[in-house]
Write a protein that binds this ligand. Sequence first.
Ligand code: C5P
Length: 232
Amino acid sequence: MGKDVIVACDFPSKEQVFQFLDKFHDEKPYVKIGMELFYAEGPEIVREIKKRGHRIFLDLKLHDIPNTVKKAMHSLSVLDVDMVNLHAAGTTAMMEAALEGLTREDGTRPLLIAVTQLTSTNQESMERDLLIYKPINEVVMHYAKTARDAGLDGVVCSPLESATVHDACGKGFLTVTPGVRFAGGDVGDQKRVMTPAQAKEIGSDYIVVGRPITGADDPVAAYRRCVEEFIG
Ligand code: C5P
């Protein structure tokens, strides 16, 4: 299980994602497929990208009753993706069921990562809408530990939280971190960002990078720069 750069392929259609991936000749980036592309194109898009030799993080953030999540995870496992995720808020029973559903007959399975509190949730909205009154950092760390105890492989978190998550949950518990920008680059709508080099320094296991690569004039050069800074 190694450090890697995951490219967030936030494109609305198959044509656009292939136009982007066709630029890569020498490397096969690990790609993240989210709800936008998956719901537009269906599971076939996963099969096609997989056939081209890419590893895939399917970012669908499952959250439902344990039995439904178990069955849905089985379908994703058959799709042969490499990493999937769910909301830790679905509880330990849901996370354990997800692991069961994901595990193939030969014992292998995709990595399973938890979302703790979305970064779009803040202290105020968490208290007002979810009636959770603990400090949000404590809530995030509690969800991370719950995910670890359920047997999951890691969490999606800010690179700023990677060190704390590793301290609380162990070095082997993976941190998958978006919010990465090149020094001096356009921050866009991300609020708290780190460079790939800083994310490496703080111990992130995977960085998820979208627009700094997909929106670059030369996406291949931007990807290489990211790999160079993060993996070296
Ligand atoms: O373009 P950018 O590098 O900001 O893309 C980051 C990716 O990570 C997007 O797909 C975004 O939805 C995802 N993400 C995030 N922050 C989170 C969780 C996921 O930016 N907390």
